[in-house]
Design a protein around this ligand. Structure first.
Ligand code: ASP
Ligand code: MG
Length: 405
C-alpha cells in the first residue's frame, strides 16, 4: 500500500461537475489500495475575486484580515470535495490547515511553513479515511490564520508529502506536465518526462507557472518526488526529481519568456565604493525585488548601472532611483517597460561550453538586439524588446532541438 498525496488546483475544482470528477479520481486511487491525502486550492478565480472584493472595501486591508478572507476559498473546496467523495461511498474527512497543524511564521499573506504536524493526519488515515486538506493556509503559534502567497497550495502539498514521507506527491493541474516552452507561444513545445529540481526552480521563477517556486525548493530539500499531471486526462505527466549526471541528456531543457519586466538605468554614476549599496538598499527598503543587475565598464571614473524589476514595481522603483540619483550626483534615470526576458535553462549547460554563444548567435540571426544578459550555471537570460519575445522563444526552441520528434 502506497501513501499518495494529490493536489488539485483551482481549475480542477471549478464547479460541481469538476469537483465530482476529482472525487472519482481520488476514490479510484483509494480503491486501488492506496492511502490518499488530497490538497485542494480555492475554486477557479475565487482567490482573485476575494482580493478584488477586499479592495472595494479598503485600498489597504489589514493583512491579518486578508488572510481570514482568503482562507475561506480553500475551505469552500475541501467541504465540497469531501461531500462528493462521501456521495461515492468512501469514508472521508476535510480539514483546514490549522486543524491539521500546519504551523507557519507570522508573515501574513506570504507566510512560510515551519512544521506540519502528522498526528491528526495519521489518526484519520488509520481509520481508513481519505483526508482532504485545505491548501495555501496555516496557523501561527498564536493561533492566527495565515496564507502562503499566491499559488501556495503547491507548497502545502509538498510540505504534507514531506512530513508524511509519502511515496509520491502528484500535482494535478490544467496542463498535463512541464513543457520545453509554453505551448501557447511555441506550438512545437514537447512535454518533458523528467526534469531536475534545479531546472524546474529556474523555469518556475522564470514565469513557467506550473508550480510555485517555493514548492520546488521544498521538494528538493526534502527529497519529495513531484509528478505534474492533468486532472482532465490520464496522460503521463512530468516527474520533478533529482536527476543524475547520466540522465542529463539534453543541454537545454526549456525556453521561458517573461513579459513582467521593466528596465531602469542610472547614468553617469561616479565610480566609488558605496554607490551600488545606496541604490539597492534603498530599493530593498521599499520591498522592490530586483532581478538582473548590470554595471557597465568604467570610463573616466564614471559608469552606468542598469537593472530590472517587475512592472508593478516600476513606478516606485523609478522614484527611489531618482532620489538616489540626486544624492550621489548621477546624470539621469531612464526606464523602459516594453522589454521582456527570454531564457534558456538546462542542467547540461555546466559541462557544455558555448551554449550562451549559441543563444546570442540565434538572436543575432533573427536581428534581435540584446539589452542585458545574465547567466547562472544552468540558465542564460537576455533582456530584449518585448515585441520580439515570441519570435525569440520559437527560434531558440528550434535552435536547441527541443521540438517534437
Ligand atoms: N488559491 C490560492 C491562489 O489562487 C492558492 C493556490 O491556488 O495555490 O493563489
Ligand atoms: Mg489558484
Amino acid at each position: 500500500m502506497a501513501l499518495i498525496v494529490q493536489k488539485y488546483g483551482g481549475t480542477s475544482v471549478n464547479g460541481p461537475e469538476r469537483v465530482k470528477n476529482v472525487a472519482r479520481r481520488v476514490v479510484n486511487t483509494r480503491r486501488a489500495g492506496n492511502e490518499v491525502v488530497v490538497i485542494v486550492s480555492a475554486p477557479g478565480d475565487m482567490t482573485d475575486d476575494l482580493i478584488a472584493m477586499a479592495h472595494e472595501i479598503s485600498p489597504n486591508p489589514p493583512a491579518r484580515e486578508m488572510d481570514m478572507l482568503l482562507a475561506t476559498g480553500e475551505q469552500t473546496s475541501i467541504a465540497l470535495l469531501a461531500m462528493a467523495i462521501h456521495e461515492l461511498g468512501e469514508p472521508v474527512i476535510s480539514l483546514t490547515g490549522p486543524q491539521v497543524g500546519i504551523l507557519t511564521d507570522n508573515v501574513h499573506t506570504k507566510a512560510r511553513i515551519l512544521e506540519v504536524s502528522c498526528d491528526r493526519l495519521h489518526r484519520e488515515l488509520a481509520e481508513g479515511k481519505i483526508v482532504i486538506v485545505a491548501g495555501f493556509q496555516g496557523m501561527t503559534c498564536d493561533n492566527e490564520i495565515t496564507t502562503l502567497g499566491r499559488g501556495g497550495s503547491d507548497t502545502t502539498a509538498v510540505a504534507v508529502a514531506a512530513a508524511l514521507k509519502a511515496d509520491v506527491c502528484q500535482i494535478y493541474t490544467d496542463v498535463d506536465g512541464v513543457y520545453t516552452a509554453d505551448p501557447r507561444v511555441v506550438p512545437a513545445a514537447r512535454k518533458l518526462p523528467v526534469i531536475s529540481y534545479d531546472e524546474m526552480l529556474e523555469l518556475a521563477s522564470l514565469g513557467a507557472q506550473v508550480l510555485q517556486p517555493r514548492s520546488v525548493e521544498f521538494g528538493k530539500l526534502n527529497h519529495v518526488v513531484l509528478e505534474v499531471r492533468s486532472s482532465f486526462n490520464d496522460n503521463e505527466g512530468t516527474l520533478v526529481k533529482e536527476v543524475t549526471e547520466m540522465e542529463k541528456k539534453m543541454v537545454v531543457s526549456g525556453v521561458a519568456g517573461d513579459r513582467n519586466v521593466a528596465r531602469i538605468a542610472l547614468h553617469d554614476v561616479p565610480d566609488r565604493p558605496g554607490i551600488a549599496k545606496a541604490l539597492f538598499v534603498a530599493l530593498a527598503r521599499e520591498s522592490i525585488n530586483v532581478d538582473m543587475i548590470v554595471q557597465s565598464a568604467m570610463r573616466d571614473g564614471i559608469n552606468d548601472i542598469a537593472f530590472t524589476v517587475g512592472r508593478d514595481d516600476l513606478r516606485k522603483a523609478v522614484e527611489v532611483t531618482e532620489r538616489v540619483r540626486a544624492e550621489i550626483g548621477a546624470s539621469k534615470v531612464t526606464y523602459n517597460d516594453k522589454v521582456a526576458k527570454v531564457s534558456i535553462v538546462g542542467a547540461g549547460m555546466i559541462t557544455n561550453p558555448g551554449v550562451a554563444a549559441e543563444m546570442f548567435a540565434c538572436l543575432a540571426e533573427e536581428g534581435i538586439n540584446i539589452h542585458m544578459i545574465s547567466t547562472s550555471e544552468i540558465k542564460v537570460s537576455c533582456i530584449i524588446d518585448e515585441e520580439y519575445l515570441t519570435r525569440a522563444m520559437q527560434s531558440l526552441h528550434s535552435r536547441f532541438g527541443l521540438e517534437k520528434e
